[in-house]
Ligand binder design. Structure first.
Ligand SMILES: [Zn+2]
Length: 274
């Protein structure tokens, strides 16, 4: 932080901060009932207001998270997406449960890491890109399934002894994965949707949700600041190393190359070093 506005009280020049990207209005029903992250008037940093792909950026003080001194800037830059992984599992109780995460992009991997750290056994990662599955394996997934080569539903029923999974987390944004997530869920299991889709998608509500009495959760962003506290405690525990999820670092001048690489869907997190 190089400068603070005149009304800012709790931060000062030189403070190290990470940014919550959801900018809440502070006045709506959600904001006044502890649900700032789903504010009705929410602005998103980098979408509705200028983002951080710049030498300097203006951060509303309501979105500033003071970093613990031991957290590196590299990890700090990934606390926002890591927080989505933390929030994704927050409605469930993964200890001793089977968890499948569809999508091994960076946030899918974060969710998988949180499930593992919370005691899930086993954690199954599903993706269609070998590079990403490799990273998922490196980050501790117990079982890797390439959905372009294997029948995911059959594989998962085999792994779980015909039982189905306790918790399915959808982070791929693929309509095929939604169907599979419903199909592999055990009766009474938790189905968590986090990945975004370009349009409506199909799910067998009768068989995979209603008859199963599935608990369905939609997850977006991070709870302010509950998720951030949890994310920081996990990072400070020394029990996880998220460094390998950042597979590439670029200077801002290489943004074109960085964005192309991100779109290829074969890499982990890419960060810009200013
Ligand atoms: Zn609001």
């Amino acid at each position: 932080m190089v400068q603070t506005g005149k009304n800012v009280k709790n931060f000062k020049e030189g403070d190290r901060v990470a940014a919550e990207t959801h900018v809440p209005c502070g006045h709506c029903y959600q904001c006044t009932t502890g649900l700032q992250h789903i504010c009705r008037e929410m602005k998103i940093l980098g979408v509705h207001v200028n983002g951080a792909f710049a030498d300097y950026t203006i951060l509303p003080v309501v979105c500033a998270w003071k970093l613990d001194p031991s957290i590196s800037y590299k990890i700090a830059a990934t606390m926002e997406p890591f927080g989505i992984g933390v929030h994704a599992l927050s409605k469930t109780q993964p200890a001793g449960k089977t968890v499948v995460v569809f999508g091994s992009g960076p946030i899918g991997i974060y969710a998988q890491v949180v499930a593992k750290m919370s005691g899930a056994e086993p954690v199954i990662a599903v993706d269609i890109k070998e590079e990403r599955l490799k990273l998922a394996g490196k980050m501790g997934a117990d079982v890797l399934i390439n959905a372009s080569e294997k029948d995911v539903v059959q594989e998962i029923y085999q792994i779980t002894g015909g039982f189905g999974v306790d918790i399915a987390v959808e982070l791929s944004g693929s309509p095929a994965a939604v169907k599979n997530a419903g199909r592999v869920l055990r009766r009474g299991g938790d189905l968590v949707f986090v990945g975004l889709f370009s349009g409506p998608v199909e799910l067998d509500l009768t068989n995979d949700i209603i008859y199963k009495e599935a608990n369905v959760y939609g997850i977006t962003g991070r709870i302010m600041w509950d998720t951030w506290w949890s994310a920081q405690r996990m990072l400070l525990s020394g029990k996880l190393n998220l460094d390998p999820v950042v597979t590439h670092e670029f200077g801002l001048e290489s943004y074109d190359k960085a964005l192309q690489l991100a779109e290829s869907g074969t890499v982990g997190k890419i960060i810009f070093n200013i």
